[in-house]
Design a protein around this ligand. Sequence first.
Ligand SMILES: Nc1ncnc2c1ncn2[C@@H]1O[C@H](COP(=O)(O)OP(=O)(O)O)[C@@H](O)[C@H]1O
Ligand SMILES: [Mg+2]
Length: 498
Amino acid sequence: MTERIVHGRYELLSRLGRGGMGTVWLAWDRTLRRSVALKEVVLSPYGEDVAIRRERALREARAAARIRHPAVVDIYDAFLDDGSPWIVMAYIDGASLDRRIERQILSEREIARVGRDVLAGLVAVHSAQVLHRDVKPANIVLDPEDRVFLVDFGIARISGESGLTSQNMLLGTVEFMAPERVDGHAVGPASDLWSLGVTLFCALEGYSPFLREGPIETVRAVGAGRPLRFRRPGPLADAITGLLVTDPGRRMGAAELGRRLDAILAPAPRTPPSRTPPSRRWEEATPRRPRDTPTPARGHDARGPGSTPGSTPGSGPGTARPEAERDDRPLLERPRQEAATLLASMEPRAAGQLMDGMVGSVGSVGVDGASAPAAEVLVAEVLALLPPSRAGRVVDHMAPDRAARLVRAMSPSRGASTLAHTDERVAAAVLGAIGVVPAAVRLVEAMTLRRACRVLEYVPPAVVAELLSATSDGRADRILGGLSRAVRDEITRLTGGA
Ligand SMILES: Nc1ncnc2c1ncn2[C@@H]1O[C@H](COP(=O)(O)OP(=O)(O)O)[C@@H](O)[C@H]1O
Ligand SMILES: [Mg+2]
């Protein structure tokens, strides 16, 4: 690409995205020597007067620049260059939520967290008397730390500012628009919350609830107010149902939504240390603990899983140590069978959380430490010693991305038999977290037909389509035939089939 400098200062490097209003570039700010995102608002010669659209773009910048919130992208500058409006903003090194949900099933918790952050951003937007008006997955960007940023105030309108808005009606993406907006009635903060509801639905269910063949049908679907069918029911689905109420007056408000999302995010009862000491001890002990750290006197509470009759007191190194001290060894430093026995004696939820901690904490350390086997390999070995039904119940309580790493460390048949004993939705989330890669295809191939159908029912149709097209065991058609009509139709639509 030939070098292009805008406004004598911003060197365009690559294109980050393209939407209805123009192109967003990654650029280098030569003055301040930092990366920025530059939005070039492309004004086509057709349609509304160019001057109006130019003014709207600058208004977008002004509206967004007024809002300072961690979940709202920072605007640095706006200017006209060569007749086009440009907006300079903080560059978010990440991916938009729509990309994420195309590729991966997010857990209810992950979605609730995104929802809560977007909601906080929207509350800030609304209290500055601004409406976003185009809340949708493509306008939510997540950075590598999963921080959430609301972008694209392309059609934001400052409430009370008159003029220039008469033709805003169908700007924005119809499938995310609130019914009152589609009908041309007054819009308000509740309309953004509707759009957030549609966004959360997409993230939870993997498809857009009101998207139809064409814009007319889509508009009709938005207005129809038909109840939604959730394949992943639960508290998040309930909150979404509350947001997708046709009458904005009866729609769930920000405060109630915040409470619901917080409840989903409330830490799962993290096994208070006094009641289940082993899990806490292991979590503490897992990071490299100096060998000579004095062991607190714990003899009195040593009757946890570590001292169940099934454990093997005589085996492994350090046999001479007293029972209470041996209990302190991290799970992965114990002989596999002993570790498995301990794991089997724990509550599945506590065991799942423990596995999460081990796969998560060591994984981040072990990426470059190629000499030691990755934590998930060790954990997978331990899990393989449990009956698959037990292992499945442990995986039920793990975060999907960690469970995915664990399952990938197993053979496809072992992975499939473990997933055969998890909740279908968990198996789907794990498959979604693995993504469209050969490992996931092999897992599907190792599943029984029945199980594959039941699990794939909860995987985003786009991912199912790709997984099935990559299978080579000749079952793709039969699996497709075993899916629900809604999912099948979506896959057919995506693959452009008959
Ligand atoms: N500040 C930013 N940092 C990184 N990526 C961005 C930023 N702003 C937008 N993007 C990416 O560009 C895409 C289009 O940007 P957006 O502002 O939504 O433009 P449009 O009005 O054309 O939809 C977004 O979906 C997102 O992927
Ligand atoms: Mg956009």
